[in-house]
Design a protein around this ligand. Sequence first.
Ligand code: CUA
Length: 263
Amino acid sequence: MNIHTYEKVWLIAALVLIVGFIVTITYGSVGLGIAMIDDSEDTIEPSELGDDERFADPRVEQVGENEYEAYVIARTFIYQPDLIEVPANSEVTFYVTSADVIHSFSVVGTNLNTMVIPGEVSTMTAEFDEPEEYGIICNEYCGTGHHDMEAQLHVVPEDEFDMTELSVEAPDEIELGDEAAFEVTIENGQLDDLETTIELEIGNETIEEAVTVAGDSSETTTIDVDTADLGEGDHDWTVTVDDYDESGTLTVAEDLDEGDDDE
Ligand code: CUA
């Protein structure tokens, strides 16, 4: 059988095209790591996220030396948390679910983009090498506030990143001569131990106390202040731990019952 030269050229061109299409479709669906949300995982009840151990407290968690997990809830028309902070040089896995309707979780300027479907958990892992601030938007129309639905992802320099929380419990007023107890609780969300100093400034006094908070735990330190040294009156105080501070006022009175109007 004799095939005309032009016919042969067209046959080969058509074959090349067909093989090319198959290759690009295969690469697009497998090679880029794009995954569909499917039913292989257990579903989650959207109305009961408050009882779910992963989503009751939307947050960032450290799970390895440079590995973090972010648990995010999308709902009309917000993300919880609305600021996700992770350090540079980290690998972050996002778990995102919806409390109501279909949303999306799209990190602007990256290829991080997923639909967020009520009942399902969308999972994506990404590496962040450099500090940068990204916007997160919803690109599935979800209602009247859709265009306002946004959040922030901040990749901060490693040495500026911490997962420390400070809270202070102190009396508002106390009788002259008594000891005022300042209960300082430091929560360390990171896996490494946190070595730091509590600085309490009150009146003209500065009291410093070194503390070590073990990884993924919290530590309460009580600092007693002798009110005889402070004297009567209102005393402003500030407790400082690294970049965090809490402040208040302590009233020292000769006789507390005086002027006490609850009886
Ligand atoms: Cu949520 Cu659009």
